[in-house]
Design a binder for this molecule. Structure first.
Ligand SMILES: O=C(O)CCC(=O)C(=O)O
Ligand SMILES: [Fe+2]
Length: 348
């Protein structure tokens, strides 16, 4: 069990584990790139090294790029292409599967339908959301499951051949990548690698296809691609195209561009990890503004724990100097309340 979280202000790192050069809380100018070529290695030395890089980025930035993630460009391209075809459909076709008709936040979100930052007037993107669904020909143990608070069927558009299978192929490739990450995050927290196993038996994995039209040249201040926010789950794996719009706030309050890097995903931590670690792992504020004059597409996939898991701070993360910052709620209660707030303004 976790005795103390090294790098927390009041604790010391264990000696001899190569932590000497890990930065302590600091601002950042750049988002680190982490090489995942060894992510499925069983060599403890390689795993420790990777976990240390994840730990450093999680404490200091809350964001990192993943390179050598092993997901083929074809799988990504097919999902992107499916998204482009979907968003090109007439509005009334997309509205057939409007998210407000779903009790479980599945389906289409129109432009301005979401308002991620309550101080704004709506987000300048449209989206398509799915949750867990087995791969069409899967015999996996995860075939049947109930996502708890957000349980509900996916809704699929009609008239785009291959849409569902291309989207689900991408979804499952990224879900597999995300499943490799929970043990690495546990290691990064000096916990046993299986710490999250019983908390992620049917983990929330919500995926969105997003389309950002160009921001008008005179941006209405309160209408941007996606308003400043933190994500609600443990972590997000985002694919973004080469257009560029994502910005990440550093601890000086300065927006740092998460420039697109070909062949990478962007990973960011969300509020569930901030709550587990009493803010030692950072759930960093971010936003997107598409000033490019071109259409932009991105695909985030949000990974949380099972919805009935209580978000309790890990033992070493609460000390006299660092009292608990959050009341304990379940993951499902937390995510649902944040989603309801996000969509409240566009509810008919
Ligand atoms: O599209 C992006 O770059 C960011 C999307 C995002 O932050 C989100 O969906 O939570
Ligand atoms: Fe986000």
């Amino acid at each position: 069990m976790l005795a103390s979280i090294p790098n927390a202000p009041s604790s010391k790192r264990p000696e001899g584990m190569g932590y000497a050069n890990v930065r302590t809380e600091s601002t950042f100018e750049q988002i680190p790139v982490i090489d995942f070529a060894n992510a499925s290695s069983t060599d403890p030395v390689l795993r420790r090294k990777l976990a240390d890089e994840i730990r450093d980025a999680s404490i200091n930035v809350g964001f990192f790029y993943i390179k050598n993630h092993g997901i083929s460009a074809d799988v990504i391209f097919d999902a992107l292409d499916a998204g482009k075809k979907f968003f090109a459909l007439p509005e009334e076709s997309k509205k057939h599967i409007d998210i407000h008709k779903s009790s479980a936040f599945k389906g289409y979100t129109a432009l301005l339908g979401e308002n991620t930052n309550s101080e704004n007037e709506g987000d300048l993107h449209e989206g398509f959301d799915i949750g867990w669904e087995p791969e069409p020909e899967s015999s996996s143990a995860l075939v049947e499951r109930n996502d708890g608070a957000m349980a509900g069927e996916n809704v699929w558009p009609e008239g785009i051949p291959g849409f569902k299978s291309d989207v689900l192929t991408y979804y499952h490739a990224v879900v597999r990548l995300g499943q490799q990450l929970f043990p690495l995050f546990a290691l990064a927290l000096d916990l046993p690698e299986n710490f999250f196993d019983d908390k992620t038996t049917k983990p929330a994995a919500i995926m969105r296809l997003l389309h950002y039209p160009p921001q008008p040249t005179r941006p209405a201040e309160k209408v941007i691609g996606i308003g400043a926010h933190t994500d609600y789950e443990c972590f997000t794996i985002l694919w973004q195209d080469g257009v560029g719009a994502l910005q990440v706030m550093n601890t000086d309050g300065k927006w740092v561009d998460a420039v697109p890097i070909e062949g990478t995903f962007v990973l960011n931590l969300g509020d569930q990890f901030a709550r587990w670690t009493n803010d030692i792992f950072k759930s960093t504020m971010h936003r997107a503004i598409n000033k490019s004059g071109r259409e932009r597409y991105s695909i985030p996939l949000f990974f949380g724990t099972d919805y009935d898991v209580k978000l309790e701070p890990l033992p070493g993360c609460v000390t006299v100097e660092r009292p608990a910052r959050y009341e304990v709620v379940t993951a499902g209660e937390y995510v649902k309340s944040r989603l309801e707030a996000t969509y409240a303004h566009s509810k008919a």
